[in-house]
Write a protein that binds this ligand. Structure first.
Ligand code: ADP
Ligand code: ZN
Length: 740
């Protein structure tokens, strides 16, 4: 169906007939709608189309009747209507409201919603490469990398460019293998349908508490009305089992369900659980999914064929046909906030989307975000609590190790008490986890002769030593350089010194303390790929290591059945930054990591190294009095009018030229009256804490207002009140999570 060629004298049943004008939202270029004439055969509202734009043809979506600003005879016609399900009214409304709230151009929202390769191409137009049984005449490094891609992802059929990209080879290597018949080029098959999920397959006997919670959630899903529920329960209390019941209900109702997980937690383990419960695997949507699988998922979600999607935050922007349920697991997790491009918080957008679709939202966490806790307190969200761990598993015994009294020698970070606790486990088949939320070997390299600190050439940031990669790495921009032996400043040799620990350095210390133990580091930068990381975590969970040394990667959603000891190397780390959410984040992270210990029959122990055991966050972690902690935090935020009891917007100006960037900032400051009019305060301009990234200078404002103020219209007006030189960019961040 290239073009909709209806028989001429049949009445047009489309929303717009030929000759009507329509406005089209394109996914690129201008941030406004463009008027076109409807094509021959007419076109529906929401239809995906190709339309001429200058010399090119671009993809777009029919958004409504034409504006009428241009005379019809001057308008060009839509080139063709694409063979895709039109975008539903609910989805259009969602994109509009999400764009409004986050002050993001609607075009950028449409891009989020159509991030699929060759979205409109018919299957036969896309050649894919597949592996045959033929062996290459000789094996080269590049060739073995290509074969490894098939090994890792399966013989899926890759787009040629994607295969080269995944293998890190040139396209000539791919062509060479093709010539030899090792791989063949085929037409892309029609996308295989997803297997049917059966809600009756793997039902489990639920505990009384689980049953009650599951029944309530099922009833909410069945009601077909919008609602949001906080499902709170310690790690291991059986939240996942409970929300899978809500998923079962959605399936029974003939609706679709979405489970959002923090990206890195998209573990094989979770997919296995879905399979055990529903007899088949769900559709996956995250950065580790191949282009072919992405395309298949997008279409199947649109047709309603994919009934359950498990994904990262961007899965919220898929074109569900009938979405009845959204689960946000570990809803407090920082990775739900997208920090570049469209800056949105997936939890908030899930609530928005559900309210439009009349769907149920379940926010699951052991340590909810204060925002969520406050919404539950205020009665905006329902609350369900699972108070106990499932079965015999008990919560770990938590203790602080006061580093002022039990101080490791200089250059060491594992205290005597922690060492003793690990000793008791090495060789017994039980695992220990040493947790430090810092990648690399050392956060700082300093010259002992002149005090010079090695910084990134492009950023106002220190270079972090990564000893495995034998490089210094900038965590802002990714620049790397060799670890210097000569001071770049005073040229003294042999005086460069690593200061402070990262996980690699803790691993080094562990190797000297426990030379016979098997030690594994889990850190996102050490894994070659998503799949490799998953495989590694699985092996470790099965007992491939005695001591695990990990960053926050280990805090997320993985079961380590043999783990009975968690040692937190530096609980004070998160408390230092002076960040609005420092105490909250520390509480969440340390509780979550500690909760990894002793999930099954073995009781667990968590030892928390700190210089300030009396700090309220540390006290709350130890006592488990989380309600008390939330109340105290809430009271503090309320007193200063900070979120969730006030509203914030971050404003970041960046430019390569420092004076020009500041000039714009000062002009914006002078126009601050626009914000004062709605009762908002404007703070700044001030150099951002990281005042230069990738060679661009950064200047920040903070806008603060009372909870009831609708900031966006004033912000928009204020931002539009100045002219921006070509190189100066402004970014708005509504409800900012980071302030760097
Ligand atoms: P949470 O999501 O709260 O961390 P899970 O749902 O993962 O907790 O449950 C923890 C462990 O207990 C899992 O291994 C899970 O399979 C098991 N479990 C929980 N509820 C049940 C149940 N009703 N029957 C059998 N096993 C259960
Ligand atoms: Zn840098």
């Amino acid at each position: 169906m290239e073009q909709l060629n209806l028989i001429p004298d049949e009445p047009c049943t489309r929303d717009f007939s030929p000759g009507d004008t329509v406005s089209v939202l394109t996914a690129e270029g201008l941030d406004r709608m463009l008027d076109y004439r409807a094509p021959e055969g007419g076109v529906d509202l929401g239809a995906f189309v190709e339309a001429p734009l200058g010399p090119r043809r671009v993809m777009g979506c029919v958004w409504g009747p034409g504006t009428g600003e241009f005379p019809v005879e001057k308008l060009r016609a839509i080139s063709r209507v694409l063979e895709l399900e039109p975008m539903r009214a609910e989805m259009r409304s969602f994109l509009e409201r999400a764009a409004d709230y986050t002050i993001t151009p609607l075009t950028a929202m449409l891009r989020l919603a159509t991030r699929v390769p060759a979205l409109a191409a018919p299957p036969s137009a896309r050649p894919v490469l597949r592996l045959t049984d033929v062996q290459p005449d000789r094996m080269t490094d590049a060739r073995s990398r290509v074969l490894a891609v098939f090994e890792e992802y399966g013989n899926l059929g890759f787009a040629p460019g994607e295969l080269a990209h995944l293998a890190g080879t040139s396209s000539s290597v791919i062509r060479g293998l093709e010539t030899q018949g090792v791989i063949v080029r085929e037409d892309a098959p029609r996308d295989a349908p997803y297997p049917v999920l059966d809600p009756a397959v793997g039902t489990k006997e639920l505990s009384k508490g689980q049953r009650e919670a599951a029944d309530i959630l099922r009833a909410r899903v069945a009601s077909g009305e919008y609602s949001t529920t906080l499902l709170k329960g310690v790690t291991g209390s059986g939240k996942t089992e409970v929300y899978l019941e809500a998923v079962a209900e959605a399936l029974e109702q003939g609706r679709q369900a979405l489970v959002l997980l923090p990206e890195i937690a998209l573990s094989v383990e979770f997919l296995d659980r879905v399979e055990a419960r529903f007899g088949a695997r769900p559709a996956e949507w995250h950065s580790g999914v191949t282009q072919t699988a992405r395309r298949r998922a997008w279409h199947a979600v649109a047709s309603g064929d994919a009934r359950l999607v498990v994904g990262a935050r961007s899965a919220l922007f898929l074109p569900y046909k009938n979405l009845g349920l959204i689960i946000v697991d570990e809803e407090h997790d920082g990775s739900y906030k997208q920090e570049d491009g469209a800056r949105y918080h997936a939890r908030d957008m899930a609530v928005l989307r559900a309210s439009i679709e009349k769907a149920t939202v379940v926010l699951a966490s052991a340590t909810p975000a204060l925002e969520t806790w406050a919404n539950a307190e205020a009665g905006k969200y329902n609350r369900l609590v699972l108070p106990e761990r499932y079965g015999v598993a008990e919560l770990p015994n938590m203790e602080a190790i006061d580093l002022r009294l039990d101080q490791p020698e200089p250059g060491r970070w594992i205290s005597g008490a922690l060492e003793t606790a690990v000793n008791a486990r090495v060789g017994s088949g039980e695992q220990s986890l040493l947790f430090l939320n810092r990648r690399g070997y050392a956060p700082l390299t300093i010259c002992r002769a002149c005090g010079h600190q090695v910084g990134c050439p492009n950023c106002d940031a220190r270079m972090v030593e990564h000893r495995f990669r034998k490089r210094l790495v900038c965590h802002q921009c990714g620049t790397t350089e060799p670890i210097p032996t000569v001071c770049p400043s005073c040229k003294t040799e042999g005086k460069m010194n690593a200061i402070g620990p990262g996980v690699e350095r803790i691993a080094e210390e562990a190797e000297t303390l426990w030379p016979d133990a098997r030690i594994a580091i889990l850190s996102s930068d050490l894994a070659e790929s998503h799949q490799a990381l998953k495989a590694r975590i699985d092996l470790i969970a099965q007992g491939e290591a005695d001591i695990i040394i990990g960053t926050q990667l280990v805090a997320k959603g993985h079961n380590f059945p043999l783990l009975t000891l968690v040692g937190v190397i530096d609980a004070d780390l998160g408390l230092q930054g002076g960040d609005l959410r420092a105490a909250e984040k520390t509480f969440q992270l340390v509780r979550q990591v500690a909760g990894r210990a002793g999930r099954h029959e073995h009781p667990g122990q968590a030892l928390i190294q700190t210089h300030q055991p009396e700090h309220p966050a540390i006290q709350a972690i130890l006592s488990g009095d989380d309600e008390g902690f939330w109340r105290a935090e809430a009271e503090m935020r309320r007193m200063v009018g900070m979120p969730p009891y006030g509203r914030l917007a971050g404003v970041i100006l960046t430019g390569p030229d420092e004076p020009r960037t500041w000039e714009v900032a000062r002009e914006l400051a002078r126009n601050g009256g626009i914000l004062h009019e709605v009762g908002a305060d404007l703070f700044g301009p001030a150099p951002a804490p990281v005042a230069r990234v990738r060679g661009r200078h950064r200047v920040r404002f903070l806008v603060k207002a009372a909870k009831g103020v609708v900031l966006q219209p004033a912000l928009r007006k204020w931002v539009a009140s100045v002219k921006y030189p070509a190189n100066v960019r402004i970014t708005l961040d509504i409800d900012p999570q980071s302030f760097y």
